[in-house]
Write a protein that binds this ligand. Structure first.
Ligand SMILES: C[S@@+](CC[C@H](N)C(=O)[O-])C[C@H]1O[C@@H](n2cnc3c(N)ncnc32)[C@H](O)[C@@H]1O
Length: 447
């Protein structure tokens, strides 16, 4: 962020600290940030929300390290509000986003500005200064703990390792880092080559990483992405872009997007073919985001789209008489494949969630299969790397359904595709994207 137009760091630290306290009480980081912005009323600076978000996300990417550092540096655990401010300030020191003195000075100013932390301004000052004095010795020692090195609870690390023994450490290491910003080029409006030219003319470094996927070398806000407001491009991971491609909807087909919000794949489906599309979403607030995505990409010009707020597992309430030719089930899951976008996930999930979500996914699969027409295809997708939600789920479904044939998604022998998060250095030359998050895909045809 340009320092000249950045909000005071103390204000951003305060908002981020309020969000951190909510996160540690079990609220997702995005919801926590929204609530914190309202609660702190920290001033009307236009970039305050973005600055606080950056600080809170940075701290969350170092959550285990921050916890370990505070446990080491403080004589006794600080209360929640003080600990939160110390945590987000430590996150800035660890990530070296600003000069050390500026972080300490602004953290103390933030402490003094808030009644819940005022009395602890001296404590915060002392704790941060002690970190600066001791970090060279302290850091390598703290990083020896696996939870700190990979920033995830032990049970989470064990599950990833059990599922992917060969690739686990590479996956976990990648998931600690900030995510790439990948765009989907709207083929109704432009081509990848033309869009890359346009970026080059604007001096924006980018490369093609998938069939319609362009990765920007340096992330930027959506209002600074050429053509975003006009719907020429949308923000979507290159792995996520495979779903609509695998589904293979063609002109005139009736298509169901069963768990649709925020509508990234709904809009993409309308970009690929002239279809009749039902987008079902159980969460009313999230469903509103589908409409704004569709409006921005002018999706209604090509598809007859109904956005339906409801339970996808009750298709009798929304499915047309003849059923659907294509069903996309992008099911709710642990989101263990997109941790670099949502670093709070491993800290919010509980071990039991995996089995509970697997049950929900299976319920959705069972409920949707009857409304798939003969010779129709259903694509099951989760953004997870856990086999309980992916391969095991798909195998179990196929085993119980005599009328389901798994359609191979790649040239190899495997019927399903588990993509682990990756960033390949070589240029994209067709096929699987080179830069992507973690997803599981299974395509079933009704025989
Ligand atoms: C993985 S997200 C979908 C992402 C979306 N397909 C996209 O590409 O933008 C899963 C969505 O399913 C919704 N959901 C969960 N249970 C549902 C249900 N029973 N019926 C419909 N939607 C559901 C969640 O609210 C969430 O928005």
């Amino acid at each position: 962020m340009n320092e000249a137009c950045a909000p005071p760091l103390a204000d951003a630290l305060r908002v981020a600290a309020h969000a951190w306290a909510r996160l540690r009480a079990g609220t997702s980081l995005d919801r926590a940030l929204e609530a914190a912005r309202q609660a702190t009323a920290a001033g009307p600076h236009p970039r305050l929300a973005a600055a606080a978000q950056d600080i809170a996300y940075t701290a969350t990417r170092h959550l285990a390290l921050i916890d370990a550092a505070i446990a080491r540096l403080a004589a006794r655990p600080p209360d929640a509000a003080v600990g939160a401010l110390a945590a987000v300030a430590l996150g800035q020191l660890v990530a070296q986003r600003h000069a050390d003195y500026a972080v300490v000075d602004q953290a103390v100013a933030a402490a003094k500005a808030d009644a819940s932390t005022r009395a602890a301004a001296g404590f915060i000052n002392a704790l941060l200064r002690r970190w600066l004095r001791e970090r060279d010795a302290c850091l390598p020692e703290l990083l020896r703990a696996d939870e700190v090195r990979f920033n995830a609870p032990r049970w989470w690390l064990e599950r990833v390792r059990a599922a992917h023994p060969q690739r686990a450490d590479a996956v976990l290491d990648l998931q600690r880092r900030p995510p790439p910003l990948t765009l989907r080029v709207n083929r109704r409006r432009t081509t990848v080559a033309a869009y890359l030219d346009r970026l080059a003319q604007d001096g924006i470094a980018a490369e093609q990483v998938g069939a319609a996927a362009v990765r920007l070398r340096t992330p930027r806000p959506v209002d600074a992405i050429p053509g975003f407001a006009q719907g020429d491009v949308s923000v979507q991971d290159a792995g996520a872009q495979l779903a609509a491609q695998f589904l293979g909807a063609r002109d005139g087909m009736r298509v169901l997007d069963a768990c649709a919000a925020p509508g990234g794949k709904t809009a993409q489906l309308a970009e690929l073919a002239d279809i009749e599309l039902d987008a079902v979403e159980i969460d009313r607030a999230r469903a509103a985001r589908i409409e704004s995505n569709l409006a921005r990409t002018a999706a209604h010009a090509h598809a007859r789209i109904r956005v339906i707020v409801g339970d996808a597992a009750q298709p009798q309430s929304y499915a047309p008489a003849g059923g659907y030719d294509r069903i996309l089930l992008d099911a709710p899951c642990t989101a263990s494949g997109i941790v670099r976008r949502h670093p709070d996930i491993p800290w919010l999930r509980r071990p039991d969630d995996v089995a509970q979500l697997a049950t929900l996914q299976s319920r959705l699969l069972e409920a949707l299969w009857p409304v798939l027409s003969r010779a129709g295809r259903l694509l099951y997708v989760v953004c997870s790397v856990f086999p309980e939600e992916g391969e095991r789920q798909a195998r179990q479904f196929a085993a119980c359904r005599a009328d389901a044939r798994a359609v191979p998604l790649t040239a190899g022998a495997e019927p399903f595709l588990q993509l682990l998060p990756d960033e390949v250095a070589q240029p994209w030359r067709g096929g699987t994207p080179t830069v992507h998050d973690g997803f599981f895909f299974a395509l079933f045809e009704k025989t």
